[in-house]
Write a protein that binds this ligand. Structure first.
Ligand SMILES: C[S@@+](CC[C@H](N)C(=O)[O-])C[C@H]1O[C@@H](n2cnc3c(N)ncnc32)[C@H](O)[C@@H]1O
Length: 194
């Protein structure tokens, strides 16, 4: 995954200008309290956290963690940690907000990752996701599925055809879906109940 990690920021630059940056801003503006960001990558969300934010940022890649360190804004309280979504190194009910952007496409176990997000959220806590997902339109989905094996190998295990919203709904029945780019990208916003 070394090449993908090195090229991630330059590859994302045009996409950031085309809309990703605006979506990041929307997602992060809803984060509050003690925040966990999972798969923080090179820290492209960091600039959007408000002054004084308390953020634990988890990222398994040492190279991306190093890049992320350089993007920590002043007057914030960031802790960068090694770890994976499937096994979060935190106690139950320890965060007010869990954020993750463009990560659930790449994890090895989608359902276990969402189960872990639910476990570490406090009751009433907020889950904020931004993901590209499987298209609902059958032809589009078939195309995504056909390209998927090669895509995964080229782009750090990124899956094009994950039914992320359906899996999130199993653990967060009240999830609200905001589509972008004709439903290719979604912002999923959910609250932990009970
Ligand atoms: C496409 S990048 C997105 C990075 C960043 N969140 C962003 O929005 O720019 C995918 C990220 O997920 C991380 N990742 C891959 N598998 C993971 C896992 N099992 N748990 C947590 N992060 C993971 C990668 O290291 C990478 O930083």
């Amino acid at each position: 995954m070394g090449l993908f990690e090195s090229l991630y920021d330059p590859m994302m630059k045009p996409l950031e200008w085309m809309g990703v940056q605006k979506w990041r801003q929307l997602v992060i503006s809803k984060a509050h309290g003690r925040i966990l960001e999972i798969g923080a990558g090179s820290g492209n969300n960091f600039v959007f956290y408000p002054k004084g934010a308390v953020v634990y940022a988890l990222e398994p890649s040492p190279l991306l963690r190093q890049k992320a360190t350089e993007k920590i804004p002043e007057n914030t309280n960031f802790t960068l940690i090694d770890g994976i979504a499937e096994q979060l190194p935190f106690a139950d009910e320890s965060f007010d907000t869990v954020v993750s952007t463009l990560v659930l496409c790449s994890v090895n176990d989608l359902e276990q990752s969402i189960r872990e997000m639910q476990r570490v959220l406090k009751s009433g806590g907020r889950l904020l996701l931004l993901e590209h997902v499987a298209l609902k339109q059958p032809l589009g989905f078939a195309l995504q599925t056909a390209i998927n094996p090669a895509w995964k190998r080229m782009f750090g295990n990124c899956h094009l055809n994950r039914q992320t919203a359906i899996t999130v709904q199993k653990y967060f029945p009240n999830v609200h879906e905001i589509p972008f780019l004709g439903e290719l990208v979604v912002h999923l916003d959910a609250t932990k109940t009970g």
